[in-house]
Design a protein around this ligand. Structure first.
Ligand SMILES: C[S@@+](CC[C@H](N)C(=O)[O-])C[C@H]1O[C@@H](n2cnc3c(N)ncnc32)[C@H](O)[C@@H]1O
Length: 246
């Protein structure tokens, strides 16, 4: 470990216990995948705005589409520290925001209060590997930025997609983004099974192929799949927009 290069990843390696080297393996160890929850808690405790304060480009895009369609009741999955949640709330949407990280919930509550949008934001701690805690047909839309590329197996992702479909109203939209297999960090670090890699900083990322995105679109009309980039690496992602079939 090079302690003299004091960049973000070195900070994470020192404080959050990562030391990724190139290795290959094949088996999925669910305990290792589950420990990512503590990793996110740790990361959020040393960085109050890991992804910045500004809304992401897919959030801006989604807000335009949702407004055009008159959709207001939104479920957000894996909101992190709430950069997109606050943007949606400030733009008139009613957002139920889920993440399994307690630090993120606390941070979102504080930020929503500071921005006077607490009435439009309902933060909930929930692990998306479990059934979503809502009645059928509750939401106009579901939005998630980089939740589908978390360490969820393809079987868990298929269950999640079915759950999202269940809680959407007929004609509801599922807009999600995911890093994909042409991302520069795909195949780097420690292999954790399927297309999951523990990359620099100790994050396990599931890089989805186009075939996997197609699998997750079952039961929906595919409105749009667009490639985009984010950040300095840059990360390479798909933005996927699905409509629940009536
Ligand atoms: C890459 S971050 C993206 C955060 C946010 N969407 C953004 O773009 O700023 C992924 C988020 O998903 C959450 N997450 C990962 N796995 C999860 C799971 N199984 N259930 C709920 N949240 C999860 C993490 O805690 C983290 O906040």
């Amino acid at each position: 470990m090079n302690i003299f290069s004091w960049d973000g990843s070195t900070v994470l390696m020192l404080f959050c216990g990562s030391d990724a080297v190139n290795q290959r393996g094949t088996d999925i160890d669910k305990d290792i995948l589950s420990r990512q929850q503590q990793h996110w808690e740790c990361v959020f405790s040393i960085n109050a705005s890991m992804f910045g304060e500004d809304p992401s480009s897919p959030a801006r895009w989604a807000a335009r589409l949702l407004k055009e369609e008159g959709k207001t009741k939104v479920l957000e999955l894996g909101f992190g520290q709430g950069r997109d949640t606050l943007f949606f709330a400030m733009n008139g949407f009613d957002v139920t925001a889920l993440d399994y990280c307690e630090k993120g919930i606390k941070s979102l509550k504080e930020k929503a209060s500071e921005s006077s949008v607490s009435g439009s934001v309902t933060p909930m701690q929930h692990d998306v590997r479990n059934r979503l805690p809502f009645e059928d047909g509750t939401f106009d839309a579901c939005y998630s930025h980089m939740l589908y590329c978390m360490p969820l197996t393809i079987s868990e992702l298929r269950s999640l997609s079915a759950e999202v479909r269940r809680v959407l109203k007929p004609g509801g939209l599922n807009i999600f983004t995911t890093r994909h297999t042409n991302d520069p960090q795909y195949g780097t670090g420690i292999h954790r099974g399927e297309d999951m890699w523990e990359i620099q900083g100790g994050f396990i990322v599931h890089f989805l192929s186009r075939e996997k995105v197609d699998l997750l679109s079952e039961g929906h009309d595919v409105l749009d799949i667009t490639e985009f980039k984010e950040g300095e690496l840059p990360k390479k992602l798909y933005r996927v927009t699905l409509r629940k079939k009536s």
